[in-house]
Ligand binder design. Structure first.
Ligand code: ATP
Length: 237
């Protein structure tokens, strides 16, 4: 079943067109990844899906409904949750408080224990540091916290913008393993990544974004084997 569908979406910043007539779909249960160079429009596409940035043309549909003009906070209620680029945790709040904030839009806030348990199982490091203030945590730990907070919304679609950014190699491996596990537990994932090797090997399907447009699509495996992708994004010629 198609969970997310962007049709001919364009997004502007003033007169700059950052995304131009972009169409993608994400099926329920998939990990889909968007790869592309700096400035290709990956983050902008994520913002259009989460509702942070309005679209200037085209439509966004989620679970069969048109959400093109729906406010961002109401999209969270529908089941779209984003872990933003640059982490964006609340630096003055503890790990527990940050996670609790992730659940703000839920109607069933009375019983969050299973959700805290799920996050602490995925990220044991957060369990150890539950009373630590977010801003004092390392970059990798803050990245885990951002993903954990997004999960507390119990999303049907988890949007991850550059989850491996700035992480040491052993953390990168770990984050991608955890993303696969989150997906295995039933959450659909749309992932934006510069680390194309890892992202493509974890994704069911992928899209290549160049200057605001989709230029290629296929399974993760197909794109990993594609010679032009290898040259442009995998650092092998
Ligand atoms: P990166 O991998 O470097 O984060 P990206 O693929 O996520 O890049 P975007 O951040 O979506 O790219 O940017 C797409 C284009 O839109 C770029 O040309 C960028 O300069 C421009 N852009 C992004 N945000 C703004 C903004 N707030 N105001 C003006 N232009 C912007």
């Amino acid at each position: 079943m198609t969970l997310l569908e962007l049709s001919e979406v364009s997004v502007h910043y003033g007169r700059i067109k950052a995304v131009s007539g972009l169409s993608i779909t994400v099926d329920e249960g998939e990990i889909v990844t968007l790869i592309g160079a700096n400035g290709a429009g990956k983050s902008t596409t994520m913002r259009a899906i989460s509702g942070i940035r309005p679209v200037s043309a085209g439509s966004v549909r989620f679970d069969g409904e048109d959400i093109t003009r729906l406010r961002g906070d109401l999209r969270v209620v529908r089941g779209i949750s984003q872990s933003p680029e640059g982490r964006g945790i609340f630096p003055g709040m503890t790990v527990l408080e940050n996670l609790d904030m992730g659940a703000y839009a839920r109607k069933d806030r009375k019983d969050l224990k299973p959700d805290f348990d799920r996050v602490f199982e995925l990220f044991p490091r957060l369990a150890e540091r539950r009373t630590q203030v977010g801003g004092t945590m390392s970059g990798g730990e803050q990245q885990m916290l951002a993903i954990g907070r997004a999960l507390m919304a119990k999303p049907r679609l988890l949007l991850l913008d550059e989850p491996s950014m700035g992480l040491a190699p052993q953390f990168i491996q770990q984050i991608f393993r955890i993303i696969t596990e989150i997906n295995r537990q039933g959450t659909t994932v749309l992932l934006v990544e510069q680390n194309a090797q890892q992202a493509l090997s974890r994704a069911h399907r992928a899209y290549v974004l160049e200057t605001g447009q989709i230029t290629k699509t296929g399974t993760g495996r197909e794109l990993l084997a594609d010679s032009s992708i290898k040259e442009a994004y995998l650092g092998v010629g």
